[in-house]
Ligand binder design. Structure first.
Ligand SMILES: [Zn+2]
Ligand SMILES: [Zn+2]
Length: 261
């Protein structure tokens, strides 16, 4: 999916917006049609870090694509579980988006998409959309720093200790998900452009990297690349003024743009 903001493409943008609003459970990589990809022979080692109760990742026969599906159920506690669920916790500082919403309710949490096994790092960038932009290792969806058509600050009071909430759509993270990472180098998940995202520190140096591009990306070794250098994102180590978020300080998980399409 490439979005060019020229007058002649308003129809395309409108159609894309309809798609983004109408489908939370099936997200494609935009069909960029790059059939000349060179295949890999095995699934990236980082997939071993995903919650296998929720996430399934399958490498295509030709090794060029990875099909990923998830139940969307995170393997950690939240106020957004039903009160009789073992993972339910009360979070007095959190005002739920609506009282009757819970993980597994509404349209459910499932999501699936296909990514390039080798991200297309040609320098082109793509804006993130208001929907699932990736899957976290917990199994739940990753969203960007926008809520509806407005700023996230408006909804920050509804975010749980994981920096996530559930509206009419799927349960999703907007902020550094502390059950997964808290200023460390843990793998956070994979985004729709096939690029992995890590916590605020990089395993290559053991520090908060200072050479990140606008997306929080850089190229170095990670704990899953067996000494090889690979482009990946980090949660940018910059405090985000997230309105009345109960667990400040907040760090935006990923604001884009995608670098791997
Ligand atoms: Zn949201
Ligand atoms: Zn790094």
């Amino acid at each position: 999916m490439k979005i060019y903001f020229k007058p002649l493409t308003y129809i395309t943008i409108f159609a894309f917006a309809l798609f983004a609003c109408s489908s939370d459970d099936s997200v494609s990589d935009g069909g960029n049609g790059d059939d000349d990809d060179v295949g890999v022979t095995e699934l990236h080692a980082a997939f071993a870090a995903f919650n296998s109760d929720a996430v399934t990742a399958i490498l295509s026969d030709d090794g060029t694509e990875v099909y990923i599906e998830t139940t969307g159920f995170p393997n950690h506690t939240s106020i957004y579980w039903e009160t009789d669920n073992a993972l339910y916790i009360d979070e007095p500082g959190v005002t739920k988006t609506t009282q009757d919403t819970y993980i597994g309710g509404g349209q459910g949490e499932a999501a699936s998409f296909t990514v390039d096994a080798t991200p297309d790092l040609t320098g082109a960038t793509v804006t993130t959309q208001l929907n699932t932009i990736g899957i976290a290792v917990s199994g739940a969806s990753i969203f960007n720093d926008q809520e509806g058509m407005g700023d996230l600050d408006q909804a920050a009071g509804s975010l749980d200790w994981a920096g996530a909430h559930k509206g009419p759509g799927v349960y999703h993270y907007h902020l550094e998900p502390t059950p997964i990472t808290s200023d460390d180098d843990s793998l956070v998940g994979i985004l729709l452009d096939g690029v992995f995202i890590y916590g605020r520190q990089c395993s290559s140096t053991g520090t908060n990297p200072t050479d990140l591009d606008a997306s929080g990306g850089h190229t170095s070794t990670t704990q899953y690349t067996d000494g090889a250098e690979e482009y990946h994102y980090h949660i940018i180590n910059e405090v985000y003024p997230a309105g009345n978020y109960a667990y400040a300080p907040a760090y935006v998980l990923f604001a884009g743009p995608f670098q791997g399409y």
